[in-house]
Ligand binder design. Structure first.
Ligand code: WQD
Length: 337
């Protein structure tokens, strides 16, 4: 029996692969490497002592997905695969709706053909739209501010309806807040292509000298220091959350949703100052205008995951800053050294 990780060579997928392998699971990675590197397979092998099966495949290709199920006894799927750049989704909405919805539907249809009934979905806090924090799972969803968020919202709806129609299906929706950090080895980490959209990879590239300075997108928000507040979660804590979700899916049917966050909000300047203090490296920054679509404050209520999954984030902001920098120092150009 193996767990199929679609998009398994990506930032969260690779960390989840390490976590599951170290917990004794066999994993199969499926990835088209459109936003990841095949080199991550060797890095996972270095960390775990075992090379995961990795299939280069676009999971929108139904026959390719069938071939994975024909070759491996897949007991559950964790679906990471999808386009995920918020700004790009505004520029290319058709590509985002086609790719993200098509891949999810294709995987679900092939799962049904092969009698696989456990599905963990990589969703996002973006589905909450602009609502007061802390956000809990019973908060209404929708009101997304970009096509990327709408694809996550729509796939959640597909999964809720699929689980309602098929009582043997087990679906877990994981709403991530802001994943950052890296495995303590520094051998796997976040490797965005081009100019980073997200805060932490931009900070680490400034700290390494690859970029001149950070632009803080606005300091006039209604927050303690005026800069945006987010719930940052260590990617290894997030990976553990997926292991707990798989255990839950194996023991239950129906559709259940969980926030994966820490319940704490930190501002952009909190992050910059913590990063500098922990790592002893400067991060030059300037204050710029707000970024369109940004919210002031987003952080999770995450009691449900603790009570139902027995999961809680363990790593603090200092560990996130330390591990992000450790990865970037050891891999100044990411996987493409
Ligand atoms: C965090 C804070 C910015 C960059 C996005 C997606 C979300 C999820 C996580 C997938 C904000 C500020 C950022 C910079 C800055 N991804 N910032 N300068 O926007 O909260 O969430 O990534 O699920 O869906 O929306 O994350 O890291 O882009 O921004 O000042 O160069 O850092 O304004 O306050 P965000 P982020």
């Amino acid at each position: 029996m193996a767990i199929l990780l679609t998009g398994g060579a990506g930032f969260i997928g690779s960390h989840t692969a390490v976590c599951l392998m170290q917990a004794g699971y066999d994993v199969v990675l499926a990835d088209n490497f459109s936003n990841s590197s095949p080199k991550v397979v060797g890095r996972i092998a270095e960390i775990t002592g075992k090379t995961p099966v990795c299939v280069e495949a676009d999971v929108c290709d139904k026959e390719a997905v069938r071939n994975i199920f024909r070759a491996h006894d897949i007991s559950a799927v964790v679906h990471f695969a999808g386009l995920k750049a918020v700004g790009e989704s505004v520029q290319k909405p058709l590509e985002y709706y086609r790719n993200n919805l098509d891949s999810a539907l294709t995987v679900l249809e092939v799962m049904r053909e092969f009698g696989c009934r456990q599905f963990v979905f990589s969703s996002s806090a973006t589905v909450y739209g602009d609502q007061p924090a802390p956000l809990n799972e019973s908060a209404p969803t929708g009101g997304c501010s970009n096509p990327y968020g709408w694809t996550k919202f729509m796939i959640e709806k597909i999964l809720i309806d699929a689980a309602r129609a098929d009582e043997t299906l087990s679906v877990v929706l994981l709403r991530y807040f802001n994943p950052i950090g890296a495995h303590e080895s520094g051998r796997i980490g976040e490797d965005p292509q081009g100019i980073p959209n997200n805060l932490m990879p931009y900070i680490t590239q400034v700290a390494s000298g690859r970029r001149e300075k950070l632009t803080v997108f606005g300091n006039d928000y209604p927050t303690p220091d005026g800069t945006g507040v987010r719930d940052y979660i260590h990617v290894c804590d997030l990976a553990e959350g997926h292991r707990c979700a798989l255990e839950y899916a194996a023991a239950h049917t129906g559709c259940e949703v969980f926030n994966l966050g820490t319940g704490h909000g930190y501002s952009v300047l909190d992050m910059v100052h913590t990063f500098t203090r922990v790592n002893g490296v400067d991060v030059p920054y300037v204050i710029g205008p707000r970024r369109a679509g940004d919210l002031a404050t987003v952080y999770a209520a995450c009691d449900k995951a603790k009570e139902v999954l027995g999961w809680q984030a363990q790593r603090d902001l200092e560990a996130m800053c330390r591990d992000s920098w450790n990865w970037q120092k050891k891999n100044p150009m990411g996987y493409d050294a």
